[in-house]
Design a protein around this ligand. Structure first.
Ligand code: 6PG
Length: 465
């Protein structure tokens, strides 16, 4: 009998199945179309992997309670796969979904399967193909007792940091897919912030691609250490064989997005979180899609003409490094604020320190600073915002002048720095004890009699303007 079945043998599913088999699990594998099953068999020979071409035989090859790990495209396909599996499963069998499913769909599936006596575990999976094969970060949710049934397998195949699996029970229903969704939102922001730093160094300081690669590699040895910094410095060393130009220069500047970053921003509006940095990174992708318009606008719309060329490169490199770090922390502060708000809104009881620990390895946003982020939430379970933890408060106070200088210099130079700019605006907005909202209240009361509160006495008031 097999201890787990993997349904769906695309690259991620096949790699997860191989990971499970390599870690000693008896894995049954199945794919709707037999071609991918054949491909799996030809690519991977192991006594621990058993390929099936018949769905019923695949299911019946699993020891009870059966564990079926779905790795199919997020969306309606998952519901049709569930429809095909439910008649073959028994009470207390377990279905896990490792796709980038929308948490609302996962909540629905959790309750639908619960009625059929079948357990549903949402599993956010991060780390791409490499992660799936060698150790992803896993974000499981559902019933905690059911998680304990699948934990031995999931925690064995997950990335390990300091002897701890980058996997742990996150909460009820589809909260695991929610955590993965916001992970992707933070990922978008991380990528956008690094890109803006790259653009500043390249276009404003005039550094060569090779110099930036070296700079990013050096930054990656310090507090900016992360997978995304590492791969970006590596990207900048690649040369296109056809043109002998830097690879990055022959790639069209229109970015795609499968949608998880957008979902994160949409949900931020639902739960009332100022998610400006992540949302600006989503918008930057949309703006990049207007390539033809931008080329035309470039000929029609003017910007600054005279740029001071005598910038002290070494000094500005350190300013940009600090600005990038501060932008990163502000983005994480927003993302973890969203976790806090969602946990209260949906009744999930998310543990922010646990989420940060899971992100330390395997996932796309893995970074050294996640230890300090986890420590911050562990030290103060009621911490309202990452920026107010002692460690990050000190960093922000020390780095805010650098972020300010870089954003101002970028704006003066006509550089579009949406996420760095949003970071500074968010920081200044969050630390302002007096916002401009009293004027908003006055305007709302003026035209709509929406009333307002006063600073000097309780109650709600209206003025006959
Ligand atoms: C991960 C990644 C992955 C993501 C793809 C595409 O955590 O492994 O976040 O899940 O879906 O990288 O993302 P976009 O197309 O939205 O950029």
């Amino acid at each position: 009998m097999n201890s787990i079945g993997v349904f769906g043998l695309g690259v991620m599913g096949a790699n997860l199945a191989m990971n499970m088999a390599n870690k000693g699990e008896k894995v049954a594998v199945y794919n709707y179309t037999s071609d991918l099953t054949e491909k799996f068999k030809s690519n991977f020979t192991s006594d621990n992997a058993e390929a099936h071409y018949d769905l019923e035989r695949f299911v019946n090859s699993l020891e009870k309670p059966r564990k079926v790990f779905l790795m199919v495209t997020a969306g309606p396909v998952i519901d049709s796969v569930i429809d095909s599996l439910v008649p073959l499963l028994d009470k207390d069998d377990i279905m896990m979904d490792g796709g980038n499913s929308n948490f609302n769909d996962s909540n629905r599936r959790y309750h639908r399967l619960k009625e059929a006596g079948i357990h549903f575990v949402s599993v956010g999976v991060s780390g791409g193909e490499e992660g799936a094969l060698h150790g992803p970060a896993l974000m499981p949710s559902g019933d905690e007792k059911v998680y304990q049934e699948v934990a031995p397998i999931l925690e064995k195949i997950a990335a390990q940091v300091d002897g701890k699996a980058c996997c742990g029970y996150l909460g009820k229903e589809g909260s695991g897919h929610y955590v993965k969704m916001v992970h992707n939102g933070i990922e978008y922001a991380d990528m956008q912030l690094i890109t803006e730093a790259y653009q500043f160094l390249r276009e404003r300081l005039g550094l060569s691609v090779e110099e930036i690669a070296t700079t990013f590699r050096e930054w990656n040895e310090g507090e900016l250490e992360s997978y995304l910094m590492e791969i970006t410095s590596d990207i900048l060393t690649h040369v296109d064989e056809e043109t002998n130009k830097p690879m990055v220069d022959v790639i069209l500047d229109k970015s795609g997005q499968k949608g998880t970053g957008k979902w994160t921003s949409q949900n931020a509006l639902d739960v009332g979180v100022p998610l400006s940095i992540i949302t600006e990174s989503v918008f930057a992708r949309f703006l990049s899609g207007l390539k033809e318009e931008r080329v035309r606008a470039d000929q029609m719309l003017s910007g600054p003409t005279k740029l001071d060329q005598d910038l002290d490169k070494q000094a500005w490199l350190e300013l940009v490094r600090k600005a990038l770090f501060m932008g990163k922390i502000c983005a994480y502060a927003q993302g973890f604020h969203q976790y806090k708000q969602a946990s209260e809104a949906y009744g999930w009881d998310l543990k922010l320190e646990e989420i940060a620990l899971i992100f330390r390895g395997g996932c796309i946003i893995r970074a050294g600073i996640l230890n300090e982020i986890s420590d911050a939430f562990k030290a103060d379970k009621q911490l309202p915002n990452l920026l107010l933890s002692p460690f990050f408060q000190e960093k922000m106070n020390d780095y805010q002048a650098s972020l300010r200088k870089v954003v101002i210099k970028g704006m003066e130079s006509g550089l579009s720095l949406p996420s760095l700019g949003a970071s500074l605006t968010y920081y200044d907005g969050y630390r302002s004890s007096q916002s401009g909202a009293n004027m908003i209240q006055a305007q709302r009361d003026y035209f709509g009699a929406h009333t307002y509160e006063r600073v000097d006495k309780k109650g709600t008031f209206h003025t006959a303007w």
